[in-house]
Ligand binder design. Structure first.
Ligand code: NAG
Ligand code: NAG
Ligand code: NAG
Ligand code: NAG
Ligand code: NAG
Ligand code: NAG
Ligand code: NAG
Ligand code: NAG
Ligand code: NAG
Ligand code: NAG
Length: 643
């Protein structure tokens, strides 16, 4: 972005002169953004000689069969349950057809962009050319402008819509740079305040579980024992973005809060991606150390030990304008994703080497990081703030992880039906359909989160033990109201405006919408079409989880806590399957929705936001706590009965 300011300074005084445009009659609208998003102002027309790194993502074969493929290996009724695909099979099945590739090359050449200028990815699934603004405007039958970011003063070059020739359109998924403007980073999902008693002592024992939910409380609630195996390759994967684990805290945590006590010399397997750092600093130099990393890693350890944690530390933490939304993590796991469908998105995903001072100077990591059987992520983003094509591309990659036997869990968010935004909105909701959907602090429509909206991940909401209750009181949806709505904490949940309802949850969601219609909530407030992906899928305790941070222990909350609890439990389920000579589970949801009896159904509470009471918990699945919290012995029996 800073580089663009210099470019602009150099050219902004040059008057715009007209460039010839292509015959628009053969063009069809491909993607459109209505107006400029909040904080971006459209300025002058881009100079025709500016060079753009144009990237054209070719459509993949067989993506329309995604649901069929993933259900084939993950539906408990399928004879192929558990027969996961190799990475090679995934690459081959989805590779673009030759006619797709040839069609796009012919189009570029016919617009004067000679084949000698084309660069292809190894899988030939995208084509890149450096083209001037004038050339690109002809290619996409559009106009490029400078856009100014009002807060930072930075500029980007973008168009409001772009077109493709009718016969090319079917071959192109999306092209960049085009309509994208937002830059963002994943938001940690934990309750930000650390006001709990500190240090926490003498709160052991089951009688104190409503004050501090220790591992003893979790085991009693969900009926699981201490880990008893550690199968090679079954380490849990925890991803962190720009929030580092301060490792010396682990020793203190292990000593006070693990049973059996985890030895003091245990540290996670550290996997640095694109400059990710360890928090092995001294106490007075713990900059960047964050409570999110502490919570996630400690919670997982307390459940899965003697199994290990793999800590994937993603991004250099310098490029905070655009730390990315999980793509650089996926790139490091799957080299082909670096280039799949056009690769990462400039301005949304960070570029490496990082041009910022102190940034990571190596190239973007493509492949090389190990794939884990379970990934737990306590971060997310706002659906309405990301281009639909961007979300679809990434959702396809999560689907491919599932095909390969990976369980992916994401926190559902901590602001009920609203959605906090990292650029300074209070609990943000969406503008009405006729205006947006834009993220707006005055919005009234519910704001779903990403990538929990993707049907191929498992979204985790939060519960709590009632105040002064016991573990036999029954969990309720988490509720931490605050005078400042920005600090409210309710379990994220709702209905996507982007992804359709997957078949595995269709009965559960239809049951909720028909038996307990959120009667005052019309389509103006949320997607009540009955055909929208709904989340969360499951829930677990997300309040007062012991976390040691910079030497002190706090009772920390957030769907951030619920997610590593579920991740830990799925890791235990995989341990049991591996011990029985079976493979990892992979995509969880079809089996979970087919077995609602394996859950503690949460029927009390709701998830307010956007000036409403949000949704209510009800018997069966609901958009606050999903199917409910785990009953470990039932889940273990179900997953051991499957091939
Ligand atoms: C575009 O230009 C940049 C900067 O000169 C260069 O690094 C890159 O390889 C070029 N890309 C193509 C496709 O020619
Ligand atoms: C439970 O908490 C109370 C109050 O802090 C404390 O006195 C008691 O010892 C605790 N119980 C156990 C088993 O730690
Ligand atoms: C942090 O320091 C400890 C002790 O020196 C060491 O064992 C550990 O491997 C370090 N962690 C990382 C991620 O470098
Ligand atoms: C803090 O620790 C980091 C990592 O060890 C080191 O690079 C940096 O120089 C330290 N900063 C200060 C102010 O001590
Ligand atoms: C929200 O409404 C207030 C009061 O009407 C107004 O000052 C503010 O600019 C609005 N914010 C946005 C993002 O439109
Ligand atoms: C819990 O107990 C405390 C102390 O007895 C009391 O002040 C508080 O009101 C109780 N909270 C609820 C929700 O009952
Ligand atoms: C609701 O979801 C459906 C299915 O994905 C989609 O076609 C529709 O556009 C969504 N409605 C709104 C208002 O976004
Ligand atoms: C439904 O809407 C009406 C009119 O706005 C309001 O009076 C009523 O309290 C609402 N009911 C609920 C349960 O929110
Ligand atoms: C660990 O427990 C001891 C004894 O109860 C207490 O003094 C200390 O503060 C605790 N440390 C942490 C980090 O929780
Ligand atoms: C480890 O042991 C096996 C066999 O006895 C049990 O089936 C598992 O439930 C147990 N694991 C846990 C986490 O309790």
């Amino acid at each position: 972005m800073r580089a663009s300011i210099l470019v602009l300074a150099a050219v902004c005084s040059v008057p715009y002169f007209a460039v010839p445009t292509a015959d628009p009659r053969h063009f069809v609208l491909h993607e459109k953004r209505d107006g400029a998003p909040h904080q971006w102002a459209k300025r002058t027309r881009a100079h025709p000689d500016e060079v753009l790194p144009v990237r054209i993502g070719l459509t993949q074969s067989n993506l329309h069969r995604a649901e069929e493929y993933i259900l084939d290996v993950s539906d408990p009724r399928s004879p192929n349950f558990g027969k996961h695909w190799s990475a090679e099979k995934v690459a081959n099945v989805f590779a673009p057809a030759k006619k797709t590739h040839d069609g796009v090359v012919d189009w570029l050449v016919s617009y004067g962009i000679d084949a000698s200028r084309h660069t292809y990815s190894t899988g030939r699934n995208w084509i890149q050319v450096n083209a001037t603004v004038a050339e690109t405007e002809k290619l996409f039958n559009t106009e490029y402008h400078y856009y100014e970011h009002e807060l930072s003063g930075g500029y980007r070059i973008a168009c409001d819509e772009y077109h493709l020739p009718q016969n090319v359109r079917e071959h192109v998924d999306f092209a960049m740079p085009t309509i994208q403007l937002e830059g963002m980073r994943p938001i940690p999902n934990l309750l930000p305040k650390l006001a709990a008693p500190s240090p926490i002592t003498n709160l052991n024992g089951l009688e104190n579980c409503s004050t501090l939910v220790t591992i003893e409380c979790l085991r009693a609630l969900y009926q699981f024992g201490a880990g008893n195996t550690s199968a090679p390759g079954n380490e849990i994967g925890i991803g962190e973005w720009a929030d580092f684990l301060y490792e010396p805290d682990l020793v203190l945590f292990f000593k006070n809060f693990t049973t059996p006590q985890i030895p003091a010399d245990v540290v996670p397997d550290f996997i640095s991606i694109d400059g990710g750092q360890t928090g092995n600093f001294s106490y007075d130099n713990a900059t960047g150390a964050g409570v999110e990393s502490a919570l996630d890693v400690m919670t997982a350890y307390s459940i899965i030990w003697p199994q290990q944690v793999r800590l994937y530390q993603v991004g250099d933490g310098v490029n905070v304008d655009s730390v990315g939304t999980f793509n650089i993590f996926l790139d490091a796991l799957d080299a082909s994703y670096c280039t799949y469908l056009g690769g990462d998105q400039p301005y949304v995903d960070p570029a490496y080497p990082d041009p910022n001072e102190g940034g990571y100077t190596g190239p973007l990591q493509c492949g090389g990081a190990p794939i884990s059987n379970v990934f737990s992520f306590s971060y997310n983003q706002i659906e309405a703030a990301l281009p639909v094509s961007y979300q679809q591309r990434q959702c396809n990659e999560w689907m491919k992880m599932g095909l390969q036997g990976v369980s992916v869990l994401f926190a559902s968010g901590d602001s009920g039906v609203a959605n906090r935004y990292n650029s300074g909105y209070p609990n943000s909701c969406l503008t009405p359909p006729e205006v947006g959907p834009y993220v707006d602090s005055n919005g009234t429509r519910f704001s779903p989160s990403f990538p929990t909206n993707c049907p191929w991940i498992t979204a985790v909401g939060a519960t709590q033990i009632p105040a002064n209750g016991t573990i036999s009181s029954g969990e309720i949806a988490v509720a931490e109201p605050n005078v400042d709505p920005k600090e409210d904490y309710y379990s994220g949940g709702g209905f996507s405006n982007v992804f359709p309802l997957p078949s595995y949850q269709s009965d559960a969601v239809t049951n909720y919408l028909t038996k307990y219609p959120p009667y005052n909530y019309t389509s103006d407030i949320f997607n009540n079409s009955g055909n929208a992906r709904a989340y969360p899928d499951v829930a677990a305790i997300g309040l007062k989880i012991p976390t040691t941070y910079l030497g002190y222990t706090y009772g920390v909350g957030g769907t951030s806590a619920s997610t590593p609890i579920w991740g830990g439990i799925v890791t235990l389920l995989n341990e049991a399957r591996i011990a029985a000579g079976k493979g990892p589970i992979g995509f969880l949801n079809p089996t979970l929705y087919a077995n609602p009896d394996a859950f503690n159904d949460i029927t009390s509470g709701g998830n307010p936001g956007c000036g409403t009471k949000g949704f209510d918990c009800q018997p069966g699945w609901d958009p606050v706590t999903g199917l409910g919290s785990p009953i470990y012995p039932k889940l273990e029996e179900i997953f051991l009965s499957l091939p």
